[in-house]
Design a protein around this ligand. Structure first.
Ligand code: ADP
Ligand code: MG
Length: 482
């Protein structure tokens, strides 16, 4: 589903009596999201990320602007009519319900508009169409019993249900027959066929015909029918999403009996159960420890690519957004600073905020000036630039933007290294910020030797950015950069 958001804004009204001013949480937020894209909303706490997500979902009403899903204006549509799945930051699962029921929960009492079918004939026809796979089922039953004599009947039935992609009740039906002492496969298939014929006859007597998909026809037309979703349909759906999030083997445990990462996947499954057209994830990884966060973010990416659902993913962690998103939106105080592919925004930040927000270790920021066609870092010439107005600037250099130099080289400058940290493939050095008493990190290759003390460097021009000291907007140093 394509999403088009124009000029979205949200102001929370304050309360004069209580000295609470109005809060502009979001302003002039616009973005086009392509079908199937994974977009990351990225920014520090309080910058309006959740508010944007709530407005897209319809849980909060925007003060200005519009939201389109495809060609439909959904700005004023009720949340449950938008076809969204939402994973909240605190995705509380129901502790007393097992995983199966937690996932199924949003489906309960769902009304579906469909056409009349006869349940029995669907069952017999579905099973009949699977007759060539019955040997697999028999092997499965024998294997499971051999491996674990005590395995419960319900678990084996569940495995059959997953294997053939049929509801539990159908699988139970097969299981019951296959375990009979005098079971014979050919006779069973015949039995199914007879039942189909019997059911067809009954349907005929009621004055209906049957089409290829087992819908009843009256005068050649399907008969419209509104009803609650049934157990078999819920079962199929729960199993479909359980497979996607790899929770097949945990369905009958309570939330307290699975890991944090698995609980997170339950929350995602629950959001997927109604086949949403748009998936909204609000800091879904914030409750997980560092290792699980890495793993689970890859899982989210995989699930998103498998399901191809247009997804908006909120995080304050730039690394997370950079790792999995097709497109990131950098936000500051409710406003968009920059939108683009992660690498694009990293390589070409439009302002100091974005430059500082992306990248780990963070970019180093120094005072500098543009004068007579040169860029100065403190009093050192570090770069020749096209003629630009002389002014004071901020210089920001990525940690990988330095190379070793000699004292007498043109454009070299010295930094005081306080520590060399070897990290296997690469190393980092800590250098003192010439403008202050803090330090910053430089990434170096292992074959370049540095020692604590004065060292000389040159900058790699494509890893250096210059920003106006007042507006903090990027100043492009050369024509070709624009
Ligand atoms: P984020 O998710 O990026 O941390 P939020 O969208 O939750 O940020 O909040 C954005 C701003 O709106 C914050 O300044 C927050 O205090 C304010 N805010 C959020 N919800 C409300 C509310 N219901 N009433 C008043 N202010 C709110
Ligand atoms: Mg938030």
């Amino acid at each position: 589903m394509k999403i088009q958001i124009s000029n979205l804004g949200k102001t929370f009204e304050g309360n004069l009596k209580k000295n609470i001013p109005d809060t502009v949480a979001v302003s002039e937020f616009s973005i086009n999201i392509e079908d199937g894209e994974l977009v990351g909303l990225l920014g520090p706490s309080g910058c309006g990320k959740s508010t944007i997500l709530y407005m897209i979902s319809g849980l909060k009403e925007p003060t200005t602007g519009s939201v389109y899903f495809g060609d439909e204006d959904v700005t004023d549509l009720a949340p449950e009519k938008r076809g969204i799945g939402f994973v909240f930051q605190n995705y509380a699962l129901y502790p007393h319900l097992n995983i199966y029921k937690n996932i199924a929960f949003p489906l309960e009492d769902t009304w579906i508009k469909t056409f009349k079918q006869e349940k029995k004939i669907i069952k017999f026809c579905t099973l009949f169409s699977l007759k060539d796979r019955f040997n697999e089922v028999i092997d499965l039953i024998n294997n499971e019993k051999r491996i674990n004599k005590k395995i419960s009947k319900a678990l084996v039935i569940d495995k059959i249900s997953f294997l053939l992609n049929i509801p539990y009740s159908y699988a139970k039906f097969l299981y019951k027959y296959f375990l009979k002492k005098d079971f014979n496969l050919e006779i069973f298939v015949l039995f199914l066929k007879e039942n189909i014929d019997k059911e067809k006859e009954k349907i005929k007597q009621k004055g209906f015909e049957l089409d290829d998909e087992y819908y009843l026809l009256k005068d050649g037309n399907r008969v419209p029918y509104k009803r609650k979703i049934n157990k078999d349909e819920i079962d199929l759906k729960v199993k479909e999403v359980a497979k996607i999030v790899k929770l097949e083997d945990y369905l009958y445990r309570k939330p307290s009996e699975i890991s944090g990462g698995q609980q997170q996947r339950v929350a995602i499954a629950r959001a997927l159960i109604k086949s949403p057209k748009v998936l909204l994830l609000d800091e879904p990884l914030s409750n997980l420890d560092a290792r699980l966060r890495l793993e689970t973010r890859e899982e989210i990416r995989r699930i998103q690519q498998e399901t191809k659902i247009t997804t908006i993913f909120v995080t304050h962690d730039q690394d997370e957004a950079m790792a999995i998103c097709d497109k990131i939106v950098v936000l500051k105080k409710g406003k968009v600073e920059q939108i683009g592919a992660p690498q694009e925004v990293y390589d070409d930040p439009k302002n100091l905020f974005t430059a500082k927000f992306l990248g780990l270790p963070p970019i180093g920021v120094f005072y500098g000036k543009l004068k007579d066609g040169y860029l100065y870092l403190n009093n050192n010439k570090v770069l020749k630039v096209d003629s630009i107005e002389d002014k004071d600037v901020f210089i920001a250099i990525r940690p990988e933007g330095y190379k070793k130099a000699n004292k007498d080289d043109e454009f070299s400058f010295s930094l005081y290294i306080t520590k060399v940290i070897s990290q296997g493939r690469d190393s980092e050095v800590l250098a003192l910020n010439p403008n202050g008493n803090d330090s910053f990190k430089i990434m170096i290759r292992n074959e370049e030797k540095y020692s604590v003390g004065e060292n000389y460097f040159k900058v790699k021009p494509n890893k250096l950015y210059v920003f106006d000291k007042v507006t903090q907007e990027r100043i492009y140093l050369n024509e070709r950069e624009k």
